[in-house]
Design a protein around this ligand. Sequence first.
Ligand code: PGA
Length: 253
Amino acid sequence: MEKKYKNFKIVIKENYDSTSIVVADIIAGLVNAKSGGVLGLATGGTPVGAYKQLIAMQAAGKVDFSHVTCFNLDEYHPIAASNSQSYKYFMKDNLFNHININPANTHIPDGMAEDVQAECAAYEQKIAAAGGIDLQLLGIGSNGHIGFNEPASAFSRETNYIALEASTIEANARYFNSPDEVPKHALTMGIGTIFAARRIVMMITGAAKANIAEAAILGYISPQVPASILQLHPDVTFVLDADAAKNIIPRIT
Ligand code: PGA
């Protein structure tokens, strides 16, 4: 199902794999349409299927990343790039090592930066120098976060250094040996940085995300649900599987 709702598009597919294909096609479409395009990329369980699709598409000659620049949303702090739980490692393992992107064109905040404020400012400048982000891919946390912008009393503007919520540490502990090993802080693009992307695609899958998907897409716009700000973006597509969309379907059809 594909529906224009208010000023955004909602695409609902049967399952995780068909959702991943839609997201990969949108990303490949941008890369093929604009030589030198700038992608904003995300980590987490959600985009892995789309990355697998993109790897297969590149192997089949359907997409070429050689002129692409990309910026990831966030990174833990402190964490070494060599740590298998770092987002730098994740991106290499799940995408960059398997496509023809120039490693020099892949950017992630430095999880070992000593001066975190300087690193945040430098990251903003790098995005600006690249001409801004053409297409930003997003997942959503069960608490509504985008990047690591946790529910708060205000929307953050620029890349910033944040303390992770207990629920985020708990959600991400599945990748670590214990919750104690999850870094307690992170560097993340701000809501303003994300919102400045010319186009945004948010992928949401699984029944566990059904409530937050409904709140983010159809609920009040509030910094308590950071993703809800996307309702105001001029070019946003929400791509969901049927499980994640189960509360939304009856409200938009
Ligand atoms: P997930 O994380 O894809 O692993 O559910 C999404 C997020 O926290 O943004």
